[in-house]
Ligand binder design. Structure first.
Ligand code: RFL
Ligand code: PHB
Length: 390
């Protein structure tokens, strides 16, 4: 097989890039290890910044998001039994965020690839990006008993944190930065009306909790749990009881509970691999960087990578201008690190750190006190939460 851009990974990053490129007449092939149903069964992000929403519209995939997604102009921080609203629209130049599930936008992207006759090959194994610093970059993969080679100009590693692409960069070139947090998030999706119209991030001595939603009939809740907990240990009843304990009484009283449609534990991690380019290979999204979900930055950071890479590839093919490709890693990383800083800050502000000293606990309380008492600190939060410009 032959194509211009071979994309490893059929998650939101890979699908979005292939869809954007196709609209400019640039051919690509997407290789995905899992089946489509498996990819669409994963429950992940729910908050999109306006930049990501614009990119989806540019890809011709924004219609359902614009119809069914909700624009939120603020969210609430709950602490010490009180509720403080962060007015995103007021602080961030009228910009809110869009509530639209990653599952839904991935479905929209798959449908758009189908409509345009895009090539997405599922259930591939042993994917190998090869010849990265030679004139003949190529990818080999196995499907069943058959081994296929795809010759291409560029390879994009959009295969998530556990993918193969990052590992194809030699160890003496790739630098990895990592922070592992001593807790995870236990998440529950339930077919119940959300407890409040906007998101509530709750700080509590028993641990962090988040009330989120996918729609007015579908809620998503999370609680901080120790890394040693297993999802089987948490009955639905135990989850709802623990969530209620961590919310102010007036909120807990309104919580409608129901059976969990999905329940899973995600460990919290900060991770950046740099550079994001090696020869013909370009990393994008979770393949290069991970954030703890507290600031809702993960998918949005993947979106800014795709924006830079898409424009760089267009400049290469349409104008023979390679400046965007040469600068891709540096430009993407500059924004990625700001998302890292913000996600680390918001995680540190709102979680219970089991080993924190009394000094660290008092500092954490003071940070929250300062944030809620300062208009400029709230504005900085809103600016980062709604997405820095790209
Ligand atoms: P993905 O989604 O992991 O997709 C990578 C795809 O590559 C495939 N793959 C391979 N394919 C071929 N060969 C191989 N060897 C392969 N290895 C892997 C995988 O099967 C997969 O389909 O990465 P991508 O596309 O970069 O997208 C990133 C986002 O998924 C991620 O950043 C977000 O979900 C993070 N995130 C959130 N981000 C936000 O912006 N806002 C949020 O509100 C938000 N909430 C969350 C989140 C992530 C969470 N979890 C579970 C980690 C909430 C949670 C709980
Ligand atoms: C979600 O709805 O899944 C969600 C929302 C906000 C976050 C993280 C996850 O910060």
């Amino acid at each position: 097989m032959k194509t211009r851009v071979c994309i490893i990974g059929g998650g939101p990053s890979g699908l979005l890039l292939s869809q954007l490129l196709d609209r400019r007449g640039i051919a690509s092939v997407v290789l995905e290890r899992q089946s489509r149903d498996y990819v669409l069964g994963r429950i992940r992000a729910g908050v999109l910044e306006q930049g990501f929403a614009r990119l989806l519209r540019e890809a011709g995939c924004g219609a359902r998001m614009d119809r069914e997604g909700e624009v939120h102009d603020g969210f609430t921080i709950a602490h010490d039994g009180r509720l403080s609203r962060i007015d995103l629209a007021r602080h961030a130049g009228g910009q809110g965020v869009v509530i639209y599930g990653q599952t839904e936008l991935t479905r929209d992207l798959y449908e758009a690839r189908d409509r345009m006759g895009g090539t997405v090959i599922h259930d591939v194994e042993d994917v190998q990006p090869l010849g990265l610093t030679t004139p003949t970059p190529h990818v080999t993969f196995r499907k069943g008993d058959e081994i296929t080679r795809i010759d291409c100009d560029f390879i994009v590693g959009a295969d998530g944190f556990h993918g193969v692409s990052r590992r194809a960069i030699p160890k003496d070139i790739l630098v990895e930065h990592e922070r592992i947090y001593p807790f995870g998030w236990l998440g529950v999706l339930s077919r119940t009306p959300p407890v409040a119209p906007e998101l509530i991030y709750a700080r509590h001595p028993r641990g962090f909790a988040l009330c989120s939603l996918r729609s007015q009939v579908l809620s998503r809740y999370y609680i901080q749990v120790p890394l040693s907990d297993r999802v089987e240990d948490w009955s639905d009843a135990a989850f709802w009881a623990e969530l209620k304990r961590r919310l102010p009484e007036e909120v807990a009283a309104k919580l409608q509970t129901g059976p969990a449609i999905e329940k899973s534990i995600a460990p919290l991690r900060s991770f950046v691999a740099e550079p994001m380019r090696h020869g013909s290979l370009f990393l994008a999204g979770d393949a290069a960087h991970i954030v703890p979900p507290t600031g809702a930055r993960g998918l949005n950071s993947a979106g800014s990578d795709i924006h830079y890479l898409y424009h760089a590839l267009c400049d290469h093919y349409e104008k023979a201008d390679d400046a965007g490709l040469a600068n891709y890693s540096a430009r993407a990383l500059a924004r990625v690190w700001k998302a890292q800083r913000f996600s680390w800050w918001m995680t540190t502000l709102l979680h219970d750190f089991p080993d924190a000293s009394s000094y660290e606990r008092r500092l954490q309380e003071t940070e929250l006190d300062y944030l809620l008492g300062s208009d400029s600190a709230r504005a900085a939060l809103a600016e980062n939460y709604t997405g820095l410009p790209y």
